[in-house]
Write a protein that binds this ligand. Sequence first.
Ligand code: NAD
Ligand code: RM4
Length: 262
Amino acid sequence: MTLEGKAALVTGASRGIGRAIALGLAAAGADVAVNYHVPGTAEFGHDNAGDAAAVVREAEALGRRAVAVEADVSDSAAVTAMVTAAAGALGGLDILVNSAGICPFHDFLTMPEELWDRVQGVNLKGAFLCSQAAARVMVEQGRGGRIISVSSISALVGGALQAHYTPTKAGIHSLMQSLAISLGPHGITCNSILPGAIATDINKDDWSDPAKRAYLDQRIPLGRFGEPNDLAGPAVFLASDAARYVTGASLLVDGGLFVNLQ
Ligand code: NAD
Ligand code: RM4
C-alpha cells in the first residue's frame, strides 16, 4: 500500500484525526500538505499554526516533502488558494482527505440559526468546496485521484446535542456517493470513513464525565475508546492502489460500537 510519489492534502490536519491521517499518509510514502485554520478565538487553547508547523516537521522527519497551508475550509476563495498552493508546492495533487470539522455541542430547542449555519459551512460546504477544487486539479492532471472524507458514525445515528452536526455527517457520506459517480470516469475514487468515538478535543467535554465515558467504553466491543491513529490505516488503504476498485463506499471504524445494540 505504498503511496510513494503521491501528493496529499489533508484538511484540519493541525491535530486530532486529520493530523494522524496526514502522518499516516506520509509514513506510507506520500508528500503532504497540512491544512490548518486560525480562527478569531483559539480552539481549545491551541496554536493551530504552531501545531501545523509541528506536523510538517514530523512528516519531513519521515523523509517526505511537507507544507502547511492555511485556509478556512468554508471560505471558497481561501480553499481555491489552498489547493493551488498545495499542488504548487508538491508538484500536483493525488489525494484529498477532508477531515476539518466542528461539533459545538448544543441543545436543539435553543440552538441559534448562526450555529447551524457555521456547522453546515465548515463540515458539509467545506467538504464540497475542497472536493471540487481538488477534483478540478486532478481532472486537469489526468492521472486519477483519491478523495476521502471523514464522515462519522453520526451519519447513521442521532446525537442529543448534535442536531446541527449529524446531518452534516450524513451529507458528507452522500456527497462522496454522488462524487463517485461524477468523478469515476476520471479515475478518481470517492469514499467516506465513519469514525466512532475517538478521543480528541472535539468531544473532550462530552466524554469528560467519568460515568458517561465508562458507559461508552463498555459499549465498544473492542473494549476501548478510539484514538486518532486508528484512522490512519483505513485512510492509507483507501488512498492506495489496494483500494483501486472501491468507490462510493463507506468504512465504519468504530471498534464495533454501532453493531452493539443488544
Ligand atoms: P479536532 O478538534 O481534534 O480536529 C479538528 C480539526 O479541524 C482541527 O485541526 C481544527 O483546527 C480543524 N478545523 C476546524 N474548523 C476548521 C475550518 N473552518 N477550516 C479548516 N480547519 C478547521 O477533532 P477530530 O475529532 O480530529 O475531528 C476531525 C474530523 O473527524 C471531524 O470532521 C469530525 O467530525 C470527525 N469525527 C470525529 C470523531 C471523534 O469521535 N473524534 C468521530 C467521528 C467523526
Ligand atoms: C462524532 C461522533 C462522536 C462525537 C464527535 C463529536 O461524529 O458523534 O461520538 O463525540 O462526533
